[in-house]
Design a protein. Structure first.
Length: 94
């Protein structure tokens, strides 16, 4: 499953829970990710949790891994850190 640097994937659905979780992690850090980075992180967590809807509107099964393809300088390190921190927080809540 791939998402471009703008967080675009046909008919991708974001949930308030994932967005709120990402925002909570951001609020407790000194990092200020760009809006497209926040969208990508939220969508990766939808993929990990099995809540991601594909272009046909069907819910995909939970992904074991997600690849973020993005050009040099677009903040892949920030997105990776934010994804890991958000996943850790989500697992602590369970």
């Amino acid at each position: 499953m791939k998402i471009d640097r703008y967080g675009n994937h046909p008919n991708a659905q974001e949930t308030d829970t994932m967005v709120a979780l990402v925002q909570d992690v951001i609020s407790k850090s000194k990092v200020q990710p760009r809006p497209y980075q926040q969208r990508i992180v939220a969508k990766t967590h939808l993929m990990y949790s099995g809540q991601y809807k594909n272009g046909a509107g069907e819910t995909e099964p939970a992904a074991r891994s997600v690849m973020i393809e993005s050009p040099t300088g677009s903040g892949k390190t920030v997105m990776g850190w934010l994804s890991a921190a958000t996943l850790q927080k989500r697992l602590e809540q369970e």
